[in-house]
Design a protein around this ligand. Structure first.
Ligand SMILES: C[S@@+](CC[C@H](N)C(=O)[O-])C[C@H]1O[C@@H](n2cnc3c(N)ncnc32)[C@H](O)[C@@H]1O
Length: 317
């Protein structure tokens, strides 16, 4: 059973202002929570294209969204290829060769089943092979990083993607261990990480392996690179008036979202009394909410994993 509690479900969906005959994209299908709500607002003429790179998510959605029939189109892909995927779908209109849709959603990170399922290797709570791939057919695994990348590269990953202060000490522990025998499981890796962090520092900030596991997952799946590419494509593929809703779960993702949106906002320098822009810097997007929305106390009580979630919404001009 695929069980994921959807974060900011109503808020992110309402933010898209669904038109019943519109074309929408859920770039991160997961447990199909957002997709189910979006699909329920569409008429026979509407379409929801659901993307995920994980076979489990797609298999689950085949049953979960079956009642919506032809309104749903499931595609196994990385959302960094959004524009190509939309360009290949005959029912998606194009303008100047660019596909145009009415709304796009990103709910980043991993789903609860990916995290909780022992053999995927995302969690330090279960001993499993060092995998961490969201796309089970991708080549790079956490084992490759841990057992073949240089000490400096491992330290960089832990520092850059996990903001781990003791990245160099942990990388040294890993490299010392693998000189004797390869590091094979998540349990062994969690133990090495713990040993690399001074005892006094282990008592703060949750499980000592939390930051390093996040960092490895981001590196294995090139999460930040994919998000940057996917969000730029999303802005291109929105029709005028279309909206993009983005839910992020840590500061690295949120910073990228904020900066990309900022790059598309108006830089208009026309005098405010002019009826329309003549300086040519009108911008491509406007922000729907200046500050990100966060889950309510009631939602957090139901789902503590939503604690770090932030929702940003922008509209294409
Ligand atoms: C947090 S879950 C989404 C949960 C979903 N909104 C729900 O309500 O059930 C994120 C999903 O996005 C997928 N994903 C993450 N990065 C992706 C990428 N670059 N391309 C395609 N799918 C991705 C993951 O495999 C996972 O299933």
């Amino acid at each position: 059973m695929f069980h994921h509690i959807t974060v900011l479900k109503e808020e992110a969906t309402e933010g898209l202002q669904i038109k019943e005959d519109g074309i929408y994209v859920d770039c991160t299908l997961g447990g199909a929570g957002h997709s189910g709500l979006i699909a329920s607002k569409l008429s026979e003429a509407g379409r929801l294209i659901c993307l995920d790179q994980d076979d489990w998510a797609l298999d689950n959605a085949k049953q979960q969204l079956a009642e919506y029939g032809e309104r749903i189109v499931l595609v196994k892909t990385n959302f960094r290829d959004l524009e190509t995927v939309l360009g290949d779908l005959p029912f998606v209109p194009q303008k100047d060769g660019v596909p145009q849709v009415d709304g796009i959603l990103f709910d980043l990170g991993v789903s609860s089943p990916q995290f909780d399922e022992g053999n995927r290797g995302f969690s330090y709570n279960h001993d499993a092979p060092l995998d961490m791939r969201m796309d089970q057919s991708a080549e790079l695994t956490a084992a490759t990083i841990i057992n073949t990348w240089s000490e400096q590269e491992i330290a960089r990953v832990l520092f850059q993607y996990g903001e781990e202060k003791f990245s160099r000490r942990i990388a040294r522990k890993i490299v010392d261990r693998r000189a004797v025998q390869p590091v094979e499981g998540t349990g062994e890796l969690a133990e090495l990480i713990k040993e690399g962090i001074p005892a006094a520092a282990r008592r703060t900030g949750g499980h000592p392996a939390k930051r390093s596991f996040q960092a490895l997952r981001i590196a294995v799946n090139d999460e930040l690179g994919a998000f940057e590419e996917g969000l730029h494509s999303a802005v291109r593929c929105l029709a005028p008036g279309g909206r993009v809703s983005v839910i992020t779960f840590h500061s690295l993702e949120d910073r990228i979202c904020k900066q990309i949106f900022a790059g598309y906002l108006s830089r208009c320098t026309c005098p405010p009394d002019l009826p329309y822009c003549v300086c040519g810097a009108e911008g491509t997007l406007k922000l729907v909410n200046r500050k990100p929305r966060v889950p309510s106390e009631a939602e957090l009580e139901q789902n503590p994993r939503a604690r770090s979630a932030k929702l940003r919404i922008a509209e294409k001009l």
